[in-house]
Design a binder for this molecule. Structure first.
Ligand SMILES: Nc1nc2c(ncn2[C@@H]2O[C@H](COP(=O)(O)OP(=O)(O)OP(=O)(O)O)[C@@H](O)[C@H]2O)c(=O)[nH]1
Ligand SMILES: [Mg+2]
Length: 348
């Protein structure tokens, strides 16, 4: 799972990156050879902490997300523009985008305007790509009718300034475009980089509508404030949060929101050696879950013992779970639920 931060120059992208990953901006970051700086983020998960404590696990393995901070080239990315076109090949690779919209120090442009601008650039980049492909298809021999028709459908949609995120595409069309990495089709979370005093502000009905109409999610993050938290010890951090009237950093909730928004669920494997959280596509089967753990486990899959997190948390031991009849034996087609704890029986 790889997400990247985009937005206009100087809106606080690197500050958001710092707040989310704990990695402070480095000198010489705009090095042309090092234009995407990756950071690993461990997703805080109270359920995993509970499993670790209950099993007395020696090791805890959290879900990790990768986040990229880009170093825009001022020669390429114009003032106010949301994208550096020379970064497009890197951005096409991502699973999700974080749009940063600035709202700190009183210098806010309306949220709707900022989003329109960013989405406009994504839509334009996709339109450009579609047009170029259509141009190339004219010279290509072989069966291209399907692709041409599908691209023309996209072009018409994009021409009206609409993101592909909201265009219904058939599985065959999606297959045809799999390598395109359409930008306006990527899930995007709007991160409003705000002052800490305004961290709790809710979007207005008009803003909600603008976001909903584009299939976007919204999150407020006082990025400079939360970046600073990383530099403090636990005690000073609590103090600083208390002074700001906050219970916890927005960071963890933001990551959980991103996770859900990406259509991912969490499942667990847990025991004395380790408590391990895994991400999985919503709707995936237990066989796919087994494959996430190890391809051998999927290949030799026999059955899985499954207990929901809620049942385990109430009973607190494998034996009691079994006695209460809460341990289920599931076959390969079982659809995994968020929070399932599984033990796969397999033969190699
Ligand atoms: N007060 C305040 N200042 C901020 C905040 N976020 C960023 N800044 C300041 O805004 C300036 C730009 O922040 P960056 O995080 O470097 O912005 P950026 O989008 O990464 O900039 P480029 O990579 O050059 O496009 C810096 O001087 C930050 O200190 C914030 O939440 N509050
Ligand atoms: Mg930056």
């Amino acid at each position: 799972m790889k997400s990247g931060i985009i937005g206009a120059r100087g809106v606080g992208k690197s500050t958001v990156f710092h707040a989310l990953t704990g990695l402070a901006p480095t000198q010489g970051q705009a090095d042309a050879r090092n234009r995407a700086r990756p950071g690993q983020i461990k997703v805080v998960d109270p359920r995993l902490d509970f499993l670790e404590a209950t099993y007395g696990s020696k090791k805890k393995v959290e879900i990790e997300l990768t986040l990229l901070d880009f170093a825009p080239n001022p020669k390429e990315q114009k003032e106010g523009a949301a994208l550096d076109p020379s970064l497009l090949p890197l951005i096409r690779d991502l699973d999700a985008l974080l749009f940063v919209v600035p709202e700190f120090g009183g210098a806010a442009i309306p949220l709707e305007t900022a989003i329109e601008r960013i989405e406009g650039e994504l839509v334009f980049a996709d339109y450009d790509q579609v047009e170029r492909r259509l141009e190339r298809l004219k010279k290509e021999k072989g069966p291209v009718d399907f692709e041409r028709a599908a691209l023309t459908k996209c072009a018409g949609w994009l021409e009206e300034g609409r993101p592909l995120r909201q265009l219904d595409l058939t599985p065959q069309e999606l297959q045809a475009f799999a390598s395109f990495g359409f930008l306006s089709r990527k899930p995007a979370l709007v991160v409003v980089n705000c002052d800490v005093e305004n961290a709790g502000t809710e979007p207005t009905p008009a803003q909600r509508e603008a976001l909903g109409a584009r299939g976007l999610e919204f999150f407020r993050l006082p990025a400079a404030f939360e970046a600073e938290l990383w530099e403090l010890d636990a005690e000073s951090r609590r103090e600083m949060l208390r002074e700001a009237g906050l219970q916890a950093p927005a960071r963890d909730r933001l990551l959980q929101a991103l996770f859900r928004y990406l259509g991912l669920i969490t499942f667990y494997t847990a025991g004395e050696p380790e408590a391990h959280a895994w991400s999985l596509r919503r709707g995936a089967t237990v066989l796919e879950a087994a494959g996430r753990i190890h391809s051998d486990i999927a290949r030799g899959f026999i059955r899985a013992e499954v207990v929901s997190y809620e049942d385990f948390a109430a009973l607190r031991s494998d034996l009691k779970v079994k006695e209460a009849g809460k341990l289920r034996l599931e076959g390969r087609d079982y659809v995994m639920q968020d929070g399932d704890i599984i033990h796969v029986r397999f033969k190699v």
